[in-house]
Structures are given as C-alpha cells and as structure tokens.
Design a protein around this ligand. Structure first.
Ligand code: A3P
Length: 297
C-alpha cells in the first residue's frame, strides 16, 4: 500500500552483532537465519550499490528469458530476485517472497556481510555470486541512493556521509569489512564467484562468459551477446522492470536508481583533501595485496 509506505519513518542505525544495521533488515532475523536453502538456490551477495541489480538482471535473463519471457515484461526485478532480509512494514517481506518463488533455481539477493548468511546456504553448497565495487564510487552511489530512498537513515551532507563511510557506520556495516570478509571466504568455499563492477563496465560480455562457466550454463555466443546488449546501462535505465521506478520506497524526483552507471564518478564528489584523507585511511584498512580495486578504467 503506497500510502502507508509514505508514513514509514527513516530508521536509526544501531549495532547488531558488531555491524551497523537498521530494523528493516534485522526484524526478520530469526526466520532468515533459519531459512532452508535448496542446493540449486543461487545467492547474489553485494555491499549495497555495487551492481546488485545489474547482475540479478543478467542471471534472470540467463535462466528465464527463454522459458518465461513474458514475466520480464510484467514483474519487476526486485520481485523476481527477492531481497532475503528485507522486512518493511506494509511490503511483503523478502523471506515470504523467496518462499513463494515459483521458479527454479531461485535467485536470491542479500546485502549481508558473510558472517550473517544463513547457514543452510553453506550446508547446501549453494552457488554464490559476490559483486564488489571500488569504495569511492560505491560511497558516492550509496549517498545518492540514501537521499532518494526513504527506508535509509538520513544521509545528511556529503562531508558527514563521507566520514561515516570511512567509520563503517553504514547500513550493512563497513565496506572494508564486507569486501574483505567475502574475499576471505572465497579461499575456503569453492562455490563462490567474486566479481567486480569495474570489469562489468569494461567488458560485460566477458563477465557474462565467466558467469556462465561458473554456473555451468552453455548459452551460445549469440545469446550471450544479445543479453550483454540488453543489460547496458541505457537499456536498463529505460526498462521499467529493471530500473526500480515502480518501487514504493524510492523518490525519483530526488535521484534515479539507474543514476550514472560509471566508473570514476567519485571525481565529481571528492575534494582533493577528501581524496588524500580517504587514500591514507584506505591503506590502513585494506592490507590484503590480493584484493585490488580499480577506481578508473
Ligand atoms: P550509480 O549510482 O553509480 O549510477 P545496486 O543495484 O547494487 O543498488 O547498484 C546500483 C548502481 O549500479 C548504480 O550506480 C546504478 O546506476 C548501477 N547500475 C545498475 N545497472 C547498471 C548497468 N546496466 N550498467 C552500469 N551500471 C549499472
């Protein structure tokens, strides 16, 4: 009910098992933790604004474009790939959506840091796709998103937000812990495919090829090329079922969900001083030489 959603207050951040969270992603904790995954479930995990929707849409096309093309025209991506831990008053909860999914495999989205993932995903050895985006573009995208999304804490001004990001006081916690936690998991859990937003921008088709090998899919070169074309930024931006324009908690007068889709937009937001401060702090937090991000391509 759209009217009721308008009355939902912006939430407060609080510490939840050592991670900054809001009620909208913790109120269904018990049910989410007890969730029973199926072996063929596919989990798409990301820090918010790292390219979740993009990869979700690609997976949806890879699996269901041939069998149910009509769904793509009528069911928005956030309903086809439910957000596991989402629990917002007067909107169907993520867990109910997942349990009601008629399709197989089920594609499931989460923003949880790795230690919050329900244990049955690991037990069932589900395939998991993690998408990471460089910190600078990630924080800029998150800032604009928090302005237009009424279920996020008030972002305040850019400078305040920038500091909060470095402190890890964001919904779903610290970006630094998130990307590193998942990266470490990859060393011991073989069914995890770790990919980067920047690589997707640089060569979408190549990333789709890698996804297909990981998932054991044998689409033809033409099919993959067709999908790659369909998911380019401008196409997704004008696609009502992919661009979130039908989502009740977002205010498109403030910003759009498909905002810029670029690598390097941070340069339009960071001051020279902020950039120096950020780089200095980044070095202290990102000690693992095997995890490297590109802030330009
Ligand atoms: P910007 O705000 O930088 O434009 P998420 O889906 O995880 O919330 O991520 C949203 C970000 O991914 C937004 O970044 C959005 O524009 C970008 N994005 C979504 N689809 C894209 C596409 N097809 N090509 C490039 N960027 C895309």
């Amino acid at each position: 009910d759209l009217h009721k959603v308008d009355l939902i207050p912006r939430p407060e951040l609080f510490d939840f098992h050592g991670v900054s969270m809001t009620c909208y992603f913790t109120d269904s904790w018990e049910r989410v933790q007890n969730f029973q995954a199926r072996p063929d479930d596919i989990l798409i995990a990301t820090y918010p604004k790292a390219g979740t929707t993009w990869v979700s849409y690609i997976l949806d096309l890879l699996y269901f474009d041939k069998t149910s093309p009509e769904h793509r025209k009528s069911i928005p991506i956030y309903d086809r790939v439910p957000f596991l831990e989402m629990f917002i008053p007067s909107i169907i909860s993520g867990i109910d959506q997942v349990e009601g999914l008629p399709t197989s495999p089920r594609l499931i989205k989460t923003h949880f840091p790795v230690q919050f993932v329900p244990k049955s995903f690991w037990e069932q050895k589900c395939r998991i796709i993690y998408v990471a985006r460089n910190a600078k573009d990630n924080v800029v995208s998150f800032f604009h998103f928090d302005h237009m999304t009424k279920i996020e804490p008030d972002p305040g001004d850019w400078n305040t937000y920038f500091k909060r990001f470095m402190e890890g006081k964001m919904v779903f916690g610290s970006w630094y812990d998130h990307v590193n936690g998942w990266w470490k998991k990859k060393q011991t859990y073989s069914n995890l495919h770790y990919m980067f937003f920047e690589d997707m921008v640089e060569d979408t088709e190549h990333e789709i090829n890698k996804l297909c090998s990981f998932l054991g899919l044998s689409h033809s070169v033409e099919e993959k090329r067709h999908i790659s074309g369909g998911v380019q930024f401008e196409n997704m931006k004008k696609n009502k079922m992919a661009n979130y324009s039908t989502h009740p908690v977002m205010d498109f007068k403030i910003s759009s969900f498909m905002r810029k889709g670029k690598v390097g937009d941070w340069k339009n937001h960071f001051t020279v001083a902020q950039n120096e401060e950020f780089d200095e702090d980044y070095k202290k937090k990102m000690k693992d030489p095997t995890l490297q991000f590109r802030t330009e391509i």
